[in-house]
Design a protein around this ligand. Structure first.
Ligand SMILES: C[S@@+](CC[C@H](N)C(=O)[O-])C[C@H]1O[C@@H](n2cnc3c(N)ncnc32)[C@H](O)[C@@H]1O
Length: 212
């Protein structure tokens, strides 16, 4: 998993400014500062990001949409989206097999994924042209592909859901001291896209945006 530490030529390493707070993005906070959260409001471990994102997608986008999960890794997000009814597909250069199980957050039970189960995969680096055959692009920690996804969203008029963790591997990077998250938002706006923020209930970098 990437960190937000990047090198500046001649200046050693630099930690980009953290993403803006929920309040700064106009999102309602999980609780009051110092409040002990419990039950549904308790922040979940980051490993549950796939379940939380697939539920968010299902409440936000029509299930008739063909979804491209950019940098989808093992393919769990795509698997869960397919369970929700989406025609979802991973584009990913490294072949990785689906995990054997995942936790269903509604029932709190482990669900086994059959050994021979697979998800559709495009075994390649994401290219802007891939967007032509899909209705929705998703980048969950898809570092290195965020700018290309925004370009694809703008070129083909396809909504793009970005839940970035950093801007490592992107063809350009923010200026030193700039917030990498705000920089990505600015890139979306420069491409003529409108931006809506959202967050998911997991620990760590849990804010994202829809660009369309
Ligand atoms: C940090 S991992 C995130 C994986 C998964 N989405 C997750 O949240 O666990 C980034 C993934 O992007 C893939 N990747 C790297 N370069 C890529 C590219 N040019 N196009 C598509 N995927 C790429 C990597 O192989 C890796 O699986």
């Amino acid at each position: 998993m990437c960190t937000a530490i990047v090198g500046w030529p001649g200046m050693g390493t630099h930690k980009h400014l953290p993403p803006p707070s929920l309040e700064e993005l106009g999102l309602q906070s999980f609780g009051m500062p110092g409040e002990r959260l419990s039950g549904e409001r308790l922040l979940k471990p980051k490993k549950f990001r796939f379940q939380l994102l697939s539920d968010f997608i299902a409440t936000t986008f029509d299930t008739s949409m063909r979804v491209l999960d950019v940098g989808g890794g093992k393919g769990l997000l795509t698997y869960l989206l397919r369970q929700q009814g989406y025609a979802a597909c991973v584009v990913e250069p490294e072949f990785q097999i689906l995990p054997g199980k995942y936790k269903d957050l509604r029932t709190n039970r482990r669900v086994k994924i059959p050994k021979d189960e697979t998800v559709p995969r495009i075994s390649a680096n994401f290219a802007v042209q891939h967007a032509k055959d899909f209705d929705l692009l998703i980048g969950l920690h898809a570092h290195g592909s965020n700018l290309k996804m925004l370009e694809a969203a703008a070129r083909y008029g396809k909504p793009c859901v970005l839940m970035p963790c950093c801007v490592i591997g992107e063809p350009t990077t923010p200026t030193p001291g700039e917030s990498w998250f705000k920089w990505l938002v600015m890139k979306a706006e420069e491409a003529g896209l409108g931006v809506e923020y959202f967050y998911l209930n997991f620990k760590g970098q849990n804010v994202g945006f829809i660009a369309r």
